[in-house]
Design a protein around this ligand. Structure first.
Ligand SMILES: Cc1cc2nc3c(=O)[nH]c(=O)nc-3n(C[C@H](O)[C@H](O)[C@H](O)COP(=O)(O)O)c2cc1C
Length: 382
C-alpha cells in the first residue's frame, strides 16, 4: 500500500471528492477539503486561465483562513484534472505550484506527456483506468496513483467489477490505488481498503449536495433515481458512460433510439440544445444510496475529530539543550522509511514536531477536553 504519508495525515477519511465537469465548483471543493477529503477540480470547468486562477485563489484563501482558525484541523489537499492538450499547460502547472496543489489527475488519453510535465513540477499524478491493460500502461508511463473505475460509476466508467479490478491491479502496482464507482457510504470506503485500495473516489454522492454546481432538478433526479434508471452508453458523449434515463426523457430523447455519435468525445449528433452534462445528466449506481441533498459537512460529523496521539516527555529539570537534541534525533528516526512503515502497520502516522509545537498541541487538546468533559458532566472514575 502506498499513500503519501503527508497526504494521509491531512485526511479524516481516505476519500476524494471526485472532479466533475460542470459540477465541481469552489464551494464544493473547499468544503470537501475542510471536511478532510481530497478536493478534486476539473480545469475544464472554467474557460480562461484568469478565471481558473480566481477559483484557486478563492479556495486557497478559504482553506488558509480555516487552518489559521483551527491549527489542528485536517484539511485535505487539492487535486486538479488537467489535460496535456491544454495550450498553456505550463502556465496552468505554475498556478498549481502557486496555490499549493500537490496532485494532478489525468482522466482521458495517453497520460505520458502530462505525467512527465507534472513530475517536473513535483506533482503526484493519479490516472483514471477502467481495465488492467490501461492500468499497466499508466503504471509504465510513471503514474503515482491509479484510479480504478469499476462498473456502475458515474461519468465515463468501466464495466469490470471492483471485486476483481482493485485486487488485480493491486497485484501489479504498488503506488496509490483509488477505488472509484458507486462509492457512497463509509462501508464502501472500508471495503475499498479491504480490497487493497488506499483511497476512494466519490462523484455522484457529491452531486447531490447543497454546494455542488448542479441544477436542482439534477440533484432531485439523483434522490428519486435507482440504478436501473441508468443507461450505460457511448451514444451521448462518444465514450461509454452512465446516464440518467430520466434526463434523456426530459430533453425529448428516446433512450432506446439514441443518435450515433461521429467519434470518441463527440456529441454533435445530439439535437440542439441538448448537451452532455448541461441538460443530459450522468450518475453512478450509487444513486441507490442517495435520498437527500445535504451540505458536504452534514454528510459527515461537522467539527468531529477524536484522534489518539503520543509523545515523549522528559523529567521536569532536563536541560533544554538535551531536550532539543533528543527531539531532533527522534524526529530524524521518525522520518526513516523503516519507522514510517512500522508505524503505518499500526495505523499510526509520524509527526516529529518540535518541543514547542508539541507543548502547544497538548495545551490545545487539554482545553478541548476540559471544555467537553465539563459541558457533558463527565467525571473520572475511582
Ligand atoms: C457528471 C460527472 C462529470 C464528471 N466529469 C469528470 C471530469 O471532468 N474529470 C474527471 O476526471 N472525471 C469526471 N467524472 C468522473 C468522476 O471523477 C468519478 O470518476 C466518478 O464520478 C466516480 O463514480 P461515482 O460517480 O459513481 O462516484 C465525472 C463524473 C460525473 C458523474
Amino acid at each position: 500500500m502506498a499513500l503519501d504519508a503527508e497526504i494521509r495525515s491531512t485526511l479524516t477519511l481516505p476519500a476524494v471528492c471526485a472532479p466533475m465537469f460542470l459540477v465541481s465548483n469552489p464551494a464544493l471543493v473547499r468544503e470537501a477539503c475542510k471536511a478532510g477529503l481530497i478536493g478534486g477540480l476539473p480545469r475544464q470547468n472554467v474557460r480562461t486561465i484568469e478565471k481558473f486562477e480566481g477559483w484557486l485563489a478563492e479556495i486557497r484563501a478559504d482553506l488558509d483562513a480555516h487552518a489559521a482558525a483551527d491549527p489542528d484541523a485536517r484539511i485535505g489537499p487539492l487535486a486538479v484534472n488537467l489535460s496535456a492538450q491544454l495550450p498553456d499547460l505550463e502556465a496552468n502547472l505554475d498556478l498549481l505550484d502557486r496555490y499549493r496543489v500537490p496532485i494532478v489527475i489525468s482522466a482521458t488519453g495517453n497520460p505520458t506527456e502530462l505525467i512527465r510535465r507534472a513530475h517536473d513540477h513535483g506533482k503526484l499524478v493519479y490516472c483514471d483506468v477502467t481495465s488492467v491493460r490501461f492500468a499497466e500502461k499508466a503504471a509504465t508511463a510513471g503514474a503515482d496513483g491509479l484510479t480504478c473505475i469499476g462498473a456502475g460509476g458515474g461519468g465515463h466508467s468501466g464495466t469490470v467489477s471492483h471485486l476483481a479490478l482493485v485486487p488485480r491491479i493491486r497485484e501489479i502496482f504498488d503506488g496509490t490505488l483509488i477505488m472509484a464507482g458507486a462509492v457512497g457510504s463509509g462501508a464502501a470506503v472500508r471495503a475499498a481498503e479491504v480490497l487493497g485500495a488506499d483511497l476512494t473516489y466519490l462523484g455522484t454522492r457529491f452531486i447531490a449536495t447543497q454546494e455542488a454546481g448542479a441544477a436542482p432538478e439534477y440533484k432531485q433526479m439523483l434522490v428519486d433515481g435507482t440504478a436501473t434508471g441508468l443507461r450505460y452508453t457511448g451514444a451521448i458523449s462518444g465514450v461509454p458512460a452512465n446516464w440518467l434515463v430520466a434526463s434523456m426523457r426530459s430533453v425529448g430523447l428516446d433512450p432506446d433510439d439514441l443518435p450515433v455519435p461521429r467519434g470518441a468525445m463527440r456529441h454533435d449528433r445530439l439535437p440542439d440544445p441538448v448537451k452532455p452534462c448541461k441538460n443530459l445528466w450522468s450518475g453512478g449506481q450509487g444513486v441507490e444510496l442517495i435520498n437527500d441533498v445535504p451540505t458536504v459537512a452534514e454528510q459527515g460529523f461537522p467539527g468531529y475529530g477524536a484522534t489518539s496521539w503520543g509523545g515523549v516527555l522528559a523529567p521536569r529539570n532536563t536541560p533544554a539543550a538535551a531536550v532539543e537534541r533528543l527531539s531532533r534525533e527522534m524526529a530524524a528516526i521518525l522520518r526513516t522509511d523503516d519507522m514510517r512503515q512500522r508505524l503505518a502497520a499500526l495505523g499510526a502516522e509520524p509527526v516529529g514536531s518540535t518541543p514547542a509545537e508539541f507543548l502547544a498541541h497538548m495545551q490545545r487538546e487539554q482545553e478541548r477536553y476540559i471544555a467537553l468533559t465539563s459541558r457533558l458532566g463527565i467525571r473520572g472514575e475511582g
